[in-house]
Structure formats: C-alpha cells, structure tokens
Write a protein that binds this ligand. Structure first.
Ligand SMILES: NC(=O)c1ccc[n+]([C@@H]2O[C@H](COP(=O)([O-])OP(=O)(O)OC[C@H]3O[C@@H](n4cnc5c(N)ncnc54)[C@H](OP(=O)(O)O)[C@@H]3O)[C@@H](O)[C@H]2O)c1
Length: 327
C-alpha cells in the first residue's frame, strides 16, 4: 500500500506522544480513544498535514499505541483526506538495534501499525553519546530503505549543528534528501545558541526544522495567574517550576493574544514560525486542533517577536533539555 501524502507541509503539524502515554500524559484507552479520533479528524480537516509519532510512544504494555491509533484513524479517512497527509514516525536506536540492518524490523513494524501510511522515517536520536560507532551504520541503513522505496522520506531528531552537517553530507553523497530535523523549540526551550545555528544551517539547505514541545508541555497555554489543576505528577512538577518563572513572558503573550483576537497558544506557535520552524504541538481535543490551526491565518509583527524575545531572555528558568539531545 502506498504511503499517504507528498505535497507541501502547511506550516504547523501536530504530535501524538500523549496518545498511549500514561506516565506523563495520563492516557486511558477507554476514556480517550474516541476523543483522539475526533481530534485527529479535526486536525486533518483544518489543514494540519504533518503528524508526528514514534515507535516508542505508548508506555509499558501500550508500547506502539500512538502508531496503532494513527494507523486506525488514517485508514478510516477518505482517500481524498489522506492525500497530502505526511505521517512521520521516529525509530528509537535502542542498543539492540545494531548495524546497518538494525532498524529494518522496527521500520516494518511501524509501517504495519500505521497500515502502510508511514511517509517519513526519522532517527529518534543519535547514538553519538553512548555508541558512536553505530551512528553511521544506522543512518546508512535508513537511507538504504529510502533508496529501495520502503519509505519515502528521511528525517532526524535531537541533534545539534555539528551532527546535522555531517549527516546531511553523508546522505547527500548517496543523493538521499534529508527532509527534516526535529528539536525541542519554544519560547521556553533551552539551548538557544545551538538551535539558532541549526535553524540557519537548515534554511540554507532547505531542510525543515520541526519544533517539538512548542508549548512547553502546555505551560505556554496558561494565562497569567492560572495553575495546572490536574495532570500527572511529572507534568505538575514542570508546571510548578515554570509557571512562576514564565509569568512575565506569559503576560506579554496575553497582551499580544488579546490585541490580535487570538489565543496564547497561537502566539506561541507563531513565534516558532517566525523563527523559521514548523511547530508540532501535542493535541488532545478537537477544540485544541481548531485553535492551533487558526494560527495559520495570521503572523506576528517583527516588533511583537522582539518583545517576546526580550521576555524570553528574562526568564530565569527553561524547560529541561532532552537527555537524548546531542551536539
Ligand atoms: N523528538 C523528540 O524527542 C520529541 C520529544 C517530545 C515531543 N516530541 C513531539 O512533539 C509533540 C509535541 O510536544 P509535547 O507533546 O511534548 O508538548 P507541547 O506540544 O509543548 O504541549 C502539548 C500540550 O499543550 C496543550 N495544548 C495543545 N494545544 C492547546 C490549545 N489549543 N489550547 C490549550 N492547550 C493546548 C495540551 O495540554 P492538555 O491537553 O493537558 O490541555 C497538550 O497536551 C509530541 O506529541 C511529539 O510528537 C518529540
């Protein structure tokens, strides 16, 4: 079965880490699946045509759940709605996935869970920090699968400028296009200098930068004075630290949102877009999908971006860096 979608991306996609994750996102199949299907359908209907998932999404016995749900939801779409949709999954370079063919079975398993609709395979992180000798083999192996037509596109994730340059060149030697690099990026993301360099490199080489956790786990959706009333222990811990630290920033976001008749979420996403990235916010309800898609209809003015940059620089705390991020 041919994978869906091959057209241009629309500027905002969405992520599905929460779809199957009980530890951080409190997922419950019976309670959540119907809402998630409605969320998916709304997002696609609203023009969010890039969907991010991973073979490691889904905790414990629910491993692979995000891909399974996406496979089911995508199969139920009309062929017309499927056209133009890019489903991108990340394969984890677990220590037992060794050598050039080390990802082959995982790729097939993802393709099966996604019912043949996987369009872009992404290396979830680089092994540079613990098994550097695996890096070339795994990258070459994924490029093999693009060249033999098993999957249409290739992306990478959680790498910095140095690795990006190297990987881009390695793939280029075999005429395999690097479609995207995915990194944590938001008004509250860490690692400013590296991400800025990464974005510049990507701009010059026509590689999309996918901004993950663009709402800082939802912190950036909260109006000043609001707290997280429910949620898992892990998420509440982040909110307890970041809500007070980002108060000034969120006040400025609120001012801009009110003036533009938009939501703070739209301000956060349009800041990511103004910086040259495609944000992929995690969605859990149709209302969130509609709100997010509305950000496609407007953009921030340069002076608004400047004010947000200033408030961002003044924030005493940022989101924790992903331990899988390498340079
Ligand atoms: N490559 C990697 O290593 C990596 C790492 C992390 C994430 N990702 C990808 O990036 C995606 C997004 O990141 P994330 O899930 O970590 O966090 P995020 O996008 O920063 O935050 C997601 C949360 O924001 C809230 N939200 C979304 N839209 C909203 C709206 N319109 N109004 C109010 N609240 C809204 C929701 O919280 P509530 O539902 O609780 O309201 C949602 O669960 C993931 O799903 C995943 O696909 C990749």
């Amino acid at each position: 079965m041919a994978a869906s979608g091959g057209g241009p991306l629309n500027g905002i996609g969405f992520g599905t880490w929460a779809w199957g994750n009980q530890l951080i996102w409190g997922y419950e199949p019976q309670r959540d699946d119907a809402v998630l299907e409605a969320t998916f359908r709304q997002a696609v209907a609203s023009g969010l045509n890039l969907v991010d998932t991973a073979d490691s999404y889904g905790t414990g016995r629910l491993n692979g759940r995000s891909e399974l749900l996406l496979g089911r939801f995508t199969a139920a779409l009309s062929a017309e709605s499927r056209a133009g949709l890019c489903i991108a999954s990340k394969l984890a370079p677990f220590p037992w996935r060794l050598g050039r063919r080390g990802m082959d079975r995982a790729l097939q398993a993802s393709q099966d869970r996604l019912r043949g609709h996987l369009r872009r395979v992404q290396l979830h992180w680089s092994t540079a920090r613990y098994a550097p000798w695996q890096e070339v083999a795994l990258l070459d192996g994924l490029a093999d699968r693009v060249l033999d037509g098993s999957v249409a596109e290739l992306g990478v994730s959680n790498i910095g400028p140095k690795r990006l340059l190297w990987m881009h060149e390695r793939l280029g030697e075999r005429s395999v296009r690097l479609s995207s690099v995915q990194v944590q990026f938001s008004l509250l993301a860490p690692g400013d200098r590296d991400v800025e360099a990464l974005i510049n490199i990507c701009r010059e080489r026509n590689i999309d930068v996918l901004a993950y956790s663009p709402l800082a786990f939802g912190v950036l959706s909260k109006k000043p004075g609001m707290a997280l009333s429910s949620g898992t222990v892990l998420r509440r811990r982040i909110f307890r630290r970041l809500l007070p630290a980002s108060d000034g920033l969120r006040r400025e976001m609120q001012v801009i949102a009110d003036r533009r008749g938009a939501s703070m979420v739209q301000v956060a996403l349009n800041w990511c877009r103004a910086k040259g990235t495609i944000p992929i916010p995690g969605l859990r309800s149709p209302q969130q999908a509609m709100d997010v898609a509305a950000a496609l209809n407007w953009s921030l003015l340069p002076e608004e971006v400047n004010r947000l940059d200033q408030e961002r620089a003044a924030c005493p705390l940022r989101m924790p860096a992903n331990p899988f991020q390498s340079r």
